[in-house]
Ligand binder design. Sequence first.
Ligand code: TYD
Length: 203
Amino acid sequence: MFITFEGIDGSGKTTQIKLISDFIKNLKYGIILVREPGSTPVSEKIREILLDKENAMAPETEAYLYAASRAELVKKVIKPALDKGNIVICDRFLDSSLVYQGIARGLGLQAVYQLNTMALGDLKPDVTILLDLDPMVAKARLKKLDRLESEQLDFYRKVREGYLYLADREPERIKVVDAAQGVQQVFEDVLSIIKNKMGRRLL
Ligand code: TYD
């Protein structure tokens, strides 16, 4: 089972991923936790380039770097882990590129999808949790600012709308959770979505 988490910066993904992975670990499932960009030696180096405030770069360059980081992660970690029967949870995946580069940076969904086909192969998340939050609330929550997090509110509005657009197109895979609720309530929503997807296998 391949689970991805998406949402604007500050939507609480990290907290929820920690809670859900602890829950699944307690059930004695093999679980691998990864994040994008990153989680392999090469992908972490690409992450440093991407998130460094000094590195102003063209949206196209950004899109290729995210795809390169993803290719490495899929080949070296995600695919092998799934093949061995593990549950894999990924903090951001293709939808981040579709929304940040494709929609918010204006490269186009189709172009960004095309660019990622080699990185993905036939891999697709079984379920994607979208933590939906008003950018104003998210921004107030963020403590440290990296290059992307210092973007204008307007950018985040586009990102949020982009995510909701994708969720509308793929309601079976992308499940929207109201991230403005308290941590515990969000967790309960996330858990119920995952239980639903896994069916009896989890119980
Ligand atoms: P990170 O700090 O890991 O995210 P978060 O704030 O959710 O903890 O930074 C990842 C940043 O990279 C985030 O701003 C979104 C951006 N991003 C893209 O623009 N495209 C992508 O394909 C991915 C995976 C991330």
